[in-house]
Design a protein around this ligand. Structure first.
Ligand SMILES: [Zn+2]
Length: 299
């Protein structure tokens, strides 16, 4: 059994990401998630949306008290980087908005918990070169925004280029790719069917662990120095989510079925089984900042 590093990242945001303004998941499911972490003696990084951290400050305190890393996940769950697909009502930030918004995101979280975040993840993994450069200026050490399912190239943490975040370069910041099972064929125009998320919930822990095994085998055949698997989850997945139209003042939203399927108890059970499976395979749970600090510069 060859050990490998695992980043368990939680994006601490409103229910169903940008599709509702509610925080039932953050409020009710954070304690359940922390319990599963404690049971497996695991640690992770919890990336807070600035607004969500303000609305449910007790979830920030609970995560911090449990000894996990507090990271940032944008100010309002807006599109901070290059969109892979369009979201109605959320146009991408103007280049001039990126730095000031990430700066506010950083200071809001620091004001709440007293510790300045040094790890970031872009909403929907829509990262960009401008985001990486802003994070570098703000003193961040890691960004876990790179979606392997879409960009396909980087399979281990790397220092990105200041000119193109998807390529290795000389920034101090470390980019941590989110793993996708690149060993299987894709039948999706965006390649999203190879992504890890949300298979633990829409399928099962068993199904996701099969993708882990296949991807670890695949990595063994690639020219990589380290085996690091980064995952992303959300607290709202561990609380029952509405299955029907959600009505607002001027319209209604029906989130795609995969977003809300099996949220609640099933997700909790499967997450618990998933951590057991990872431990049995030799996983070493690390925070994003720890993984970044163990990433050497480009040769
Ligand atoms: Zn998010």
């Amino acid at each position: 059994m060859k050990p490998f590093d695992v980043l368990l990242g939680f994006d601490m945001e409103s229910d169903i990401g940008s599709w509702t303004p509610f925080h039932e998941g953050l409020r009710c499911a954070t304690p359940k998630v922390l319990e599963v972490f404690a049971k497996h003696d695991a640690k992770g990084t919890f990336y807070f949306v600035g607004l969500s951290a303000k609305e449910v400050a007790e979830s920030v305190f609970a995560v911090q008290a449990a000894g996990h890393e507090i990271g940032a996940h944008s100010l309002f769950h807006e599109t901070v980087g290059d969109p892979i697909f369009p979201i109605p009502g959320i146009p991408p930030l103007l280049p001039s908005e990126v730095f000031p918004r990430l700066e506010l995101n950083t200071s809001w979280i620091e004001e709440i918990c007293g510790v300045r975040p040094v790890s970031f993840r872009s909403p929907r993994l829509f990262g960009s070169t401008a985001v990486c450069n802003a994070l570098e200026r703000l003193g961040y050490v890691s960004d876990a925004s790179y979606p392997m399912y879409y960009y396909l190239q980087r399979m281990e943490p790397y220092h990105p280029s200041a000119e193109d975040w998807t390529k290795p370069g000389t920034l101090n910041l470390v980019q941590i790719p989110n793993f996708a099972n690149l060993s299987i064929e894709s039948h999706d125009p965006l390649g999203r069917d190879r992504d890890q998320w949300p298979k633990f919930r829409t399928e099962s822990s068993h199904d996701l662990l099969r993708h882990v095994d296949e991807f670890l085998d695949y990595l063994d055949r690639q020219d990589v120095r380290r085996r690091v698997l980064a995952f992303y989850f959300h607290p709202w997945e561990f609380h029952p989510m509405p299955q029907d139209l959600i009505h607002f003042g001027e319209g209604a939203v029906l989130p795609a079925a995969f977003l809300v399927k099996n949220c609640g108890d099933y997700a909790c059970e499967q997450f618990d089984l998933f951590l057991s499976g990872l431990t049995a395979r030799g996983a070493r749970f690390k925070t994003a900042a720890e993984i970044a600090r163990e990433t050497p510069p480009l040769d």
